[in-house]
Write a protein that binds this ligand. Structure first.
Ligand code: S3P
Length: 438
C-alpha cells in the first residue's frame, strides 16, 4: 500500500499512542507461566502482539479478547495454570514479524516438557536466534534449526533445566527475558550480566508476580520458587509510539503536540534525554507512579535543534527510536554521530542501511558507518517516493519525514506501521498531514 503525505502548515493536537508493545507481549507470555486469573487492559491489537496472542492460544490458553470501540485496543481475560498447564501445540507456531514473540516463546517453552516448532515471516527467519538458543541449550533445553540451530524455523524440546551464570555478549531485553523465563522452571538461580542495562519490564512484572528477581545496573538474579501469581496489567501508551509525534513536534516549524499517558520507564526514555540534549522544547508532565510502570504526558513544540553524539550505554534505552532520531538530526545544526548501534543491522530490517538509504532519497545527507551513521544537519527535505521495506519503524520515520518535506512524499509499504501502530496514518490525517489514495 502507498500512502501520500502532504506537509501540514500547523501541527497542533493531542494524541494517545497504542499500548506499549513490549509490555503487551509480557502481559501474555509472563502471565502464561503464572497461575490465577488475569485481565489485561489497553492491550494493543498490532500485528506483533496479535501474533503473541495467537501463539499463546495455540498453547491451549483460552483468552477472551474484547475489542474497544477504537478497534485497535482490547481487554483480554484469561486464567493460566502455569507452564505445566500449557498444551503441546499441534501446529507450527507462527510469530510473523515479531522477534520478541519468538525469543520469549523459546524461553518459555525451554522449561516445558513438550516439543514445539516456531517460525515467522521472511524478515524474522533471517534474524539471529543463536543468541537465545545457545544459552538455553546451556541450561539444558534442546533446540534444533537451520544454520546450526540459529535461524528459524526452530524446534524446541524443553524440560529439565538448570540455572546458570551467563554473561550476555549483547545488551538485549529479549535475550535477558527469554533466559529469565527459562530460569522460572530451572533448578537453582539464574544470574545474568549484560554489557549495559536494557529495558526492565520483565523484571518488574515478575517481581509483581511474587518471583524473586534482584539486581540492577545490568546484573540480574532470579531464584525460582513457587509458581508466579498471575497479575492484571494496564498497558501504558508506548513511548516508541509516542516517538514519531515527539520528533514531528520538534522538527516541524509550527507545532505543539501533547502525547498522553506515555510509559516513561527510565530504561526506555533515551529519546527524551537525547531530544532535550539537542535543545528540544519538550516537557515531561507529572509522573504517575503506577503499581509497576510510571506514566506521564509529554508536550513538545517546534524547536531549534543542535547536533549531538549518541553512543555507549544510552543505546539500549533508545534502540528502536534511532531512525527517528536520525531524522531529527537532519534538521539540527551540526553533524550528529550515532555509534555503538550495530544491533540496528539485525532488527526487522538493516535499519542503518534503510535509514540512510531512504532519508537520502528525501534529500538528507547521511553517511553509513558499520555501527551507526553520521547525519549532516540543517538539510531541507524534498518530497519523493520512499519505501518502508516492510519495517514498521522505517514506515513511521518516513511518515514523519513527509510532514516536514517540501512537496509530496509517497511511502510504499506504508501498511508496515500496522505491526506496532495500526492507527498511525489515520492519526496523522486527523493531524492534517496525510492523504491516502488507493
Ligand atoms: C524488545 C527489546 C529490544 C527492542 C524490541 C523489543 C523487548 O530488542 O528492539 O523492539 O520487548 O524486549 P533487543 O532485546 O533484541 O535489543
Amino acid at each position: 500500500m502507498r500512502t501520500t503525505v502532504i506537509p501540514p502548515r500547523r501541527l497542533e493536537f493531542e494524541v494517545t499512542p497504542p499500548g506499549d508493545k513490549s509490555i503487551a507481549h509480557r502481559s501474555l507470555i509472563l502471565n502464561a507461566a503464572a497461575v490465577g486469573p488475569a485481565t489485561v487492559t489497553n492491550f494493543p491489537r498490532g500485528g506483533d502482539t496479535l501474533a503473541t496472542l495467537a501463539c499463546i492460544r495455540a498453547l491451549g490458553l483460552r483468552v477472551t479478547d474484547r475489542r474497544e470501540p477504537d478497534e485497535f485496543t482490547a481487554t483480554l481475560t484469561f486464567e493460566p495454570h502455569g507452564i505445566g498447564g500449557l498444551n503441546e501445540p499441534e501446529r507450527v507456531l507462527d510469530v510473523r514479524n515479531s522477534g520478541t514473540t519468538m525469543r520469549f516463546l523459546l524461553g518459555l517453552l525451554a522449561g516445558a516438557p513438550m516439543t514445539a516448532v516456531l517460525t515467522g515471516d521472511r524478515s524474522l527467519r533471517g534474524r539471529p536466534m543463536g543468541r537465545v538458543a545457545e544459552p538455553l541449550a546451556q541450561m539444558g533445553a534442546e533446540i534444533f534449526g537451520r544454520a546450526g540451530g540459529t535461524l528459524a524455523p526452530l524446534t524446541v524440546r524443553g524440560g529439565n533445566l538448570h540455572g546458570f551464570e551467563y554473561t550476555m555478549p549483547v545488551a538485549s531485553a529479549q535475550v535477558k527475558s527469554a533466559l529469565l523465563l527459562a530460569g522460572l522452571s530451572a533448578r537453582g538461580p539464574t544470574i545474568l550480566e549484560e554489557p549495559s542495562p536494557s529495558r526492565d519490564h520483565t523484571e518488574r512484572m515478575l517481581r509483581a508476580m511474587g518471583v524473586s528477581v534482584n539486581g540492577e545496573g545490568g546484573r540480574v538474579r532470579l531464584d525460582p520458587g513457587a509458581p508466579p501469581k498471575a497479575i492484571d496489567v494496564r498497558v501504558p501508551a508506548d513511548i516508541s509510539g509516542a516517538a514519531p509525534w515527539l520528533v514531528a513536534g520538534a522538527i516541524h516549524p509550527n507545532a505543539r503536540i501533547t502525547v498522553r499517558r506515555v510509559g516513561v520507564n527510565p530504561t526506555r526514555t533515551g529519546i527524551i534525554d537525547i531530544l532535550l540534549e539537542m535543545g528540544a522544547r519538550l516537557d515531561v508532565g507529572e509522573t504517575e507512579e503506577g503499581p509497576d510502570e510510571p506514566i506521564a504526558d509529554i508536550t513538545v513544540e517546534s524547536s531549534d535543534l543542535k547536533a549531538v553524539e549518541i553512543g555507549g550505554s544510552i543505546i539500549p534505552r533508545l534502540i528502536d527510536e534511532l531512525p527517528l532520531l536520525a531524522l531529527a538530526a537532519t534538521q539540527a545544526a551540526g553533524t550528529t554521530v550515532i555509534r555503538d548501534a550495530q544491533e540496528l543491522r539485525v532488527k526487522e530490517s538493516d535499519r542503518i542501511a534503510a535509514t540512510v538509504g531512504q532519508l537520502s532519497r528525501l534529500g538528507a545527507r547521511l553517511e553509513e558507518r558499520p555501527d551507526g551513521m553520521l547525519v549532516f544537519g540543517r538539510q531541507q527535505l524534498q518530497g519523493a517516493t520512499v519505501r518502508s521495506g516492510g519495517d514498521h519503524r522505517l514506515a513511521l520515520t518516513l511518515g514523519v519525514a513527509g510532514v516536514l518535506a517540501r512537496g509530496t512524499t509517497h511511502i510504499d509499504g506504508a501498511e508496515a506501521v500496522d505491526v506496532s501502530y495500526p492507527g498511525f496514518w489515520k492519526a496523522l490525517e486527523q493531524a492534517g498531514g496525510a492523504i491516502r489514495p488507493t
